[in-house]
Ligand binder design. Structure first.
Ligand code: 5GP
Length: 299
C-alpha cells in the first residue's frame, strides 16, 4: 500500500525538486512578461504544454503585465468573472476566450501589413543574435544584399573593414551625414554612431535584389519613415534570462556596458509592436529560415 500522506523519502525529494523547478519557471515567465519578451497571448497559447504557464495564478499573470497594478487586476478579474485563486491551466474554455479577447484589446499583437517591399530590416535587443542570424541568411541566399554599415566604433578582434563595418572616424561620419549618403543613422547605446550607406541599397533594389539591414530600433524607425513599405522584423530571445546569459557569456562588454545594453534592450522590447513580424531566436538555423521565408514572401 502506498501511503499518500507519508510518501517515501525519494518521492518527497523528487516532488520538492519539481516544485522548485516550477517556481523558477513561473518567476522566469513573469520576467518575460514584464520585459515583453513574450506576449501574454503567447503565454495563454502555451498553457496546455508548459507547466510554468499552466501553474501561474491568474493574479500573478495579470500583475506581471506592463502597467497592471493590483487595483486594476481586481477590476479586470471581476469584469471577466474569474476567481482570483484560479491558475491559467484551470481556466475553463469560456474563461480562456474571455481572457484572450481582453488581451487582444489591451495588448494588440502586431499584424503583418500588405504591400511589402524587398527591403527588410532585422532589429532586436543586444546579444539576441541578429548578426549570426543575418550571416546565416546571407550564406544561404547569396543573391541577397546584407548591408554593411558605417560606424565610429573601433573594430573588435577579427572584424574586417568593409566586411563587418566600414570603420570611420567622427569627421568622416559627419561628412557622410551632411552629404545625405546615409539612409538612416543613430547613436547606439549612447556611445558610437552607426549608419546605413544609401547607395548600395538603392542599386540592389533597382536590380531586383532583396536587401537586409541589421540595425537598431532608432534606425528601424527611420527606415520606416523613409520607406514605409519596408518590412520590419523583430528578433526576440527565448527569454529575458537567456538574453542576460548570452550577453554575459560572449564576454565582449564589461559590467557597466552590459547594464547599459540591458537598459536599451528593455526599451527596444517595449517597441516590438511597431514591427511587422516577430521571430524568436531559440535556434539560429530555424530563426534564419523564418526570416528568409519573409524575404521570399515579399519577392
Ligand atoms: P555592435 O557594436 O555590437 O556591432 O552593434 C551595436 C548595435 O548597433 C546593434 O544593435 C546593431 O544592430 C546596431 N547597428 C549596426 N549597424 C547599424 C546601422 O547602420 N544603423 C543603426 N541604426 N544601428 C546599427
Amino acid at each position: 500500500m502506498v501511503d499518500a500522506k507519508n510518501p517515501p523519502e525519494v518521492d518527497r525529494v523528487a516532488a520538492s525538486r519539481k516544485a522548485i523547478a516550477a517556481r523558477r519557471g513561473r518567476a522566469s515567465l513573469k520576467r518575460d512578461l514584464g520585459t515583453r519578451v513574450v506576449t501574454p497571448q503567447d503565454v495563454m497559447r502555451r498553457v496546455d504544454r508548459d507547466p510554468a504557464a499552466a501553474t501561474l495564478r491568474i493574479t500573478e499573470f495579470l500583475t506581471a503585465l506592463p502597467a497592471i497594478g493590483e487595483g486594476k487586476r481586481d477590476r479586470i478579474l471581476a469584469e471577466l468573472g474569474i476567481s482570483p485563486v484560479k491558475r491559467l491551466g484551470g481556466l475553463g474554455v469560456r474563461q480562456r476566450r474571455a481572457v484572450a479577447t481582453w488581451l487582444d484589446r489591451r495588448f494588440p499583437e502586431p499584424q503583418p501589413r500588405a504591400g511589402r517591399s524587398r527591403l527588410l530590416v532585422l532589429a532586436g535587443p543586444t546579444a539576441v543574435g541578429k548578426g549570426t542570424v543575418a550571416a546565416q541568411i546571407q550564406a544561404a541566399h547569396p543573391e541577397l544584399l546584407l548591408s554593411v554599415s558605417a560606424t565610429t566604433r573601433p573594430p573588435r578582434p577579427g572584424e574586417v573593414d568593409g566586411t563587418h563595418y566600414y570603420f570611420v572616424d567622427d569627421a568622416s561620419f559627419d561628412r557622410m551625414v551632411e552629404n545625405g549618403e546615409l539612409l538612416e543613422h543613430a547613436t547606439v547605446h549612447n556611445k558610437y554612431r552607426y549608419g546605413t550607406p544609401r547607395m548600395p541599397i538603392e542599386r540592389a533594389l533597382a536590380d531586383g535584389r532583396s536587401v537586409l539591414l541589421e540595425i537598431d530600433l532608432q534606425g528601424a524607425r527611420q527606415v520606416r519613415r523613409a520607406e514605409p513599405s519596408a518590412t520590419l522584423v523583430f528578433l526576440l530571445p527565448p527569454s529575458w534570462d537567456e538574453l542576460v546569459q548570452r550577453l554575459v557569456g560572449r564576454g565582449t562588454e564589461d559590467a557597466e556596458e552590459r547594464a547599459r545594453r540591458l537598459r536599451t534592450a528593455k526599451v527596444e522590447l517595449a517597441a516590438q509592436g511597431e514591427f511587422d513580424y516577430r521571430v524568436v531566436n531559440d535556434d539560429v538555423a530555424r530563426a534564419a529560415a523564418d526570416v528568409a521565408a519573409l524575404v521570399r514572401r515579399v519577392n
